[in-house]
Design a protein around this ligand. Structure first.
Ligand SMILES: Nc1nc2c(ncn2[C@@H]2O[C@H](COP(=O)(O)OP(=O)(O)OP(=O)(O)O)[C@@H](O)[C@H]2O)c(=O)[nH]1
Ligand SMILES: [Mg+2]
Length: 297
């Protein structure tokens, strides 16, 4: 995971390189924090704290601006870490992945299945994106490459029916985990949001004791724009977890804090690439270390 926020930390080190912590440096840091999508409130808090330290500190007393910033960030992220513990209490555990178009749901479904299968879990994938023409082929190709069982139907089929059949199959075949990939949808489209609610309802009807979690997949590179989307999804069906994708190659990694602060929904994983292994459990320490790596003072 280290190195994913290279763009941010490179800029940060260049700000501090051979410079005193003076007003220019503080202003440059403030601008960088804004660019990285940390959000007004957090940026203001970090900057105010640094200014206060500068005022109070004597010439001899060195302090680290990045320590201050990472301390504040850590505090804001308390409660955001949650891990997926295998073996599960109830079989099959069901995880439905949802989110707007192109957020990374299908890739994440494949990565998650791969990760859990490597931990010894028996995983079934369910292709519930019956909406987009090429969706079945995409998930089929992942399932074949990674040797993961898949239940799919035809383009245009009722996605709730596919989910129902997948749950029945997962029970019959004694799978530990059922991962449901859904079609991308705009949070403003009421009928499509209702379809998600139906999918959730049908599964709960099939098994009132079902251990089901709805995880929202968020594109981390679009930053704070995703907060409104997430709120709208959460208003339709309960969201139990977040996966933040595309954190590789973005300098906007600060959006994680705003997303967590606004939603208070735990972050299970982060996506840092397009390969099956590019999914990491979210870890606050690793995250702040990656942000402020190599930056001095
Ligand atoms: N760099 C990078 N690319 C990613 C990541 N996750 C997904 N992608 C890419 O983003 C694009 C969209 O990913 P999909 O998994 O198809 O997204 P989706 O949410 O299923 O899209 P729809 O089904 O159309 O709504 C693909 O090109 C993926 O390879 C990530 O963590 N990092
Ligand atoms: Mg998809």
């Amino acid at each position: 995971m280290l190195g994913i926020f290279r763009k941010f930390s490179d800029n940060l080190s260049s700000i501090f390189k051979s410079k005193e912590l003076d007003e220019d440096t503080v202003e440059a840091l403030e601008a960088l924090l804004y660019t990285a999508d940390f959000g007004t409130q957090i940026v203001q808090e970090i900057i105010a704290e640094i200014r206060l330290k500068i005022k109070k500190s004597t010439a001899k007393e060195a302090f680290s601006a990045s320590d201050i910033a990472s301390g504040i960030i850590r505090e804001k992220l308390i409660g955001s870490e949650k891990s997926l513990q295998f073996p599960f209490i109830k079989k099959p555990k069901v995880i439905t992945l949802l989110g707007v178009n192109g957020a990374g749901k299908t890739t994440t479904a494949a990565k998650l299945a791969y990760k859990l299968q490597n931990s010894g879990a028996s995983v079934l994938l369910s292709a519930c994106d019956t909406f987009r023409a090429a969706a079945n082929e995409q998930i089929k190709s992942w399932a074949e490459t990674l040797k993961i069982e898949l239940i799919s139907s035809h383009h245009g089929a009722d996605s709730a029916a596919v989910a129902f059949d997948s749950l029945v199959a997962a029970k019959k075949r004694d799978h530990d985990l059922l991962i449901i990939d859904t079609a991308g949808r705009l949070h403003t489209k009421t009928n499509l949001m209702q379809e998600l609610e139906k999918l959730d309802r049908v599964l709960k009807k099939q098994d009132p004791e079902i251990d089901i979690e709805n995880w929202l997949v968020i594109d981390g590179s679009i930053g704070s724009n995703s907060i409104e989307q997430a709120k709208a999804f959460n208003a339709t069906i309960p969201i139990h977890g977040l996966i933040i994708t595309k954190l590789d190659g973005t300098s906007r990694g600060g959006s994680i804090i705003g997303i967590y602060q606004s939603l208070k929904i735990p972050i299970y994983f982060i996506g840092v690439g397009e390969q099956p292994e590019d999914l990491y459990p979210f870890n606050i320490n690793q995250y702040t270390e990656a942000l402020f790596k190599d930056s001095t003072p």
